[in-house]
Design a protein around this ligand. Structure first.
Ligand code: ADP
Length: 453
């Protein structure tokens, strides 16, 4: 097992990883930017190293600085968390070259899944259903127009190197395609350094359901149930739950089998998530694989009784998978609400200083946060302040518990989206479980419906 792990992240996930290491008797190194010198994670680790100025490209994303920090502290592994360098194959290769274990899948898998058009092609070859669309990257505007005509509108143009809900454009008519193609290319180039796009049929009113995967370096793979993540704003998840409210046992079995086949097929190692969209007829299609720990992993931990961060560390250390392949059962119901520092009406980030903070507890309530009274939510990073996760015997219990927990949560000094969460939890469509990725459109004016992200 590793002796010392460097945590190449910040916020709640850095703390989560540091605490998991402490429970396993592993020493930890925190890294931080100048903006994060007073951050909670800095004080919890055994050692802490400043890796640069506030801008993430100068600190958390700066490979030489992270590697140097690991070398001077003699860390034998790096946990990248989510975001930042977590899916960066180049970084994982450098870790390998420096004999530092990257806690995540091997570079081969990061490369394959990081190119979403290639991932789609590979899945198709493995016999996994994908949404009708382009074979690989779409070469030109004309080719996009031709293909869209064949598969029928609406379609969606997506950045092959994209992520975080960005670099996508929904196209509803042939007249829109040229402008959409050029703008999406520009956006993709700017945000991800590559203009490559691919095209899919746009599924109206889809449900986003994803499967948690774990695999070892000896060829064993397990599926750990699903998470429903259809409450989304601008293609970004806001609430996640497990099990998915309307999935039948039969459909679940089929989904798990498919995800298992996909993960086995590519020789998946470490933890990951295979994401699927379900159409109104209940057919499901692979959309992408995330080769890292997800923000919403606590939902799975709650219903499965596993610690996914500890699993990641054990798998990276070469241990054999100790979980059964496909027959792990979810127990009870879990919901997670992402509490963001933002204006609840405009969704604009609202960073600032928290000057009062209190979360209620009770059985089945878990709060993953790095916030404390007096802490600053800096404007440089994502706006996540806390993840509130609840467990109930049934979905109705979990909803009641989440409402009670959020009603008694106090975060003073900044604006948050707690009021929006409470509205969603009371919404009949959320309560009956029929909600789809179109659910949030109702809450916002038409001009802001996210078709252009
Ligand atoms: P990202 O990596 O940026 O998160 P994904 O491919 O995972 O991108 O898609 C994010 C979300 O965008 C999905 O959960 C869904 O809401 C929407 N989406 C993506 N592709 C489609 C599609 N073909 N049809 C309908 N919605 C889609």
């Amino acid at each position: 097992m590793f002796k010392k792990v460097l945590v190449a992240n910040r916020g709640e996930i850095a703390l989560r990883i540091i605490w998991a290491c402490q429970e396993m008797g592993i020493k930890t190194v925190a890294v931080y930017s100048e903006a994060d010198k007073d951050a909670h994670h800095v004080h919890c680790a055994d050692e802490a190293i400043c890796i640069g100025p506030a801008r993430s490209t100068d600190s958390y994303l700066k490979v030489p600085n992270v590697i140097s920090a690991a070398e001077v502290t003699d860390a034998d592994a790096i946990h990248p968390g989510y975001g930042f360098l977590s899916e960066n194959a180049h970084f994982a290769e450098i870790c390998d070259a420096c004999k530092i274990k990257f806690i995540g899948p091997p570079p081969r898998i990061l490369n394959l899944m990081g190119d979403k058009a290639r991932a789609r092609e590979t899945m198709q070859k493995e016999g996994v259903p994908v949404i009708p669309g382009s074979k690989g990257v779409i070469a030109s505007e004309e080719a996009a127009m031709k293909l869209a005509g064949e598969i029928g509108y609406p379609v969606i143009l997506k950045a092959s190197g994209g992520g975080g809900g960005r670099g996508m454009r929904i196209v509803r008519t042939p007249e829109e395609i040229s402008v959409a193609f050029r703008t999406a290319q520009n956006e993709s180039e700017k945000a991800f350094g590559s203009p490559h796009l691919y095209l899919e049929k746009y599924i109206e009113g889809a449900k986003h359901i994803e499967v948690q995967i774990a695999g070892d370096e000896h060829g064993n793979v397990a599926t750990l149930g699903e998470r429903e993540c259809s409450v989304q704003r601008r293609h970004q998840k806001l609430i996640e739950e497990a099990p998915s409210p309307l999935l039948t046992d039969r459909a679940r079995k089929k989904l798990m089998k498919t995800a298992y086949r996909a993960a086995r097929g590519v020789g998946y190692a470490n933890v990951g998530t295979f994401e699927f969209l379900f159409d109104r007829e209940g057919h499901f299609y692979f959309i992408e694989a995330n080769t890292r720990i997800q923000v919403e992993h606590p939902v799975t931990e709650t219903v499965m009784g596993v610690d996914l961060i500890q699993e990641q560390i054990k798998l990276a250390a070469g241990e054999r998978l100790a979980l059964p392949a496909t027959d792990m059962r979810m127990r009870g119901h879990a919901i997670e609400c992402r509490i963001n520092a933002e204006d609840p009406d405009s969704f604009m980030p609202a960073p600032g200083t928290i000057n009062g903070l209190s979360f209620p507890g009770g059985p089945g309530v878990r709060i993953d946060t790095a916030a404390y009274s007096g802490c600053v939510i800096p404007p440089h990073y994502d706006s996540l302040v806390a993840k509130v996760i609840v467990a109930g015997k049934t979905r109705a219990d979990a909803i009641a518990k989440m409402r009670r927990t959020l009603e008694y949560t106090r975060i003073d000094g900044i604006r948050t989206n707690i009021s929006l969460h409470l509205k969603i939890l009371a919404d009949p469509e959320f309560r009956d479980g029929t909600y789809t990725t179109a659910f949030m459109d109702r809450y916002f004016p038409k001009r802001d419906r996210g078709a252009t992200f």
